[in-house]
Design a binder for this molecule. Structure first.
Ligand SMILES: [Zn+2]
Length: 135
């Protein structure tokens, strides 16, 4: 097989209609423990990737970790020591609950408010359903 043929074969193995769903790979949460606090370094990046407000994510993590998080520039600080694995698990939960469409599994969704009810609107299948408010 010559180079051209190899190239052709390589192209053939790439799915032609790869949509966002297949390429959906949110960055892992980067965090470390400093004294009695946990510093998360990249929530901004993750929020951008997920197309969500960082404050909403912080609110969710604060509730889940039972520790209020403070946004400090590019970092978010939680009081208490939380292992990186745990923070990532909570982030996965957030994505499952507030990002990925329950109908079709697409991450291409938006928040919309209807009569003060927070809804997820899926751009892929147009599904719309209410989600729990983070308290
Ligand atoms: Zn959908």
């Amino acid at each position: 097989m010559n180079y051209k043929e190899l190239l052709k074969k390589a192209y053939e193995t790439i799915p032609k209609h790869s949509d966002r769903h297949e390429r959906f790979q949110p960055p892992k949460v980067e965090s470390f423990i400093e004294g009695s606090r946990t510093i998360v370094k990249n929530l901004n990046t993750i929020a951008n990737y997920l197309n969500r407000d960082i404050q909403h994510i912080v609110k969710y993590l604060s509730k889940e970790l039972a520790s209020p998080g403070t946004v400090d520039g590019n970092r978010v600080i939680f009081v208490g020591k939380f292992r990186n694995k745990l923070v990532n698990e909570k982030m996965q939960q957030y994505i499952k609950e507030y990002v990925v469409c329950k109908e079709c599994g697409s991450p291409d969704t938006r928040f919309e408010k209807e009569d003060r009810v927070l809804m997820i609107h899926c751009m892929a299948c147009q599904a719309k359903y209410p989600v729990q408010k983070v308290r």
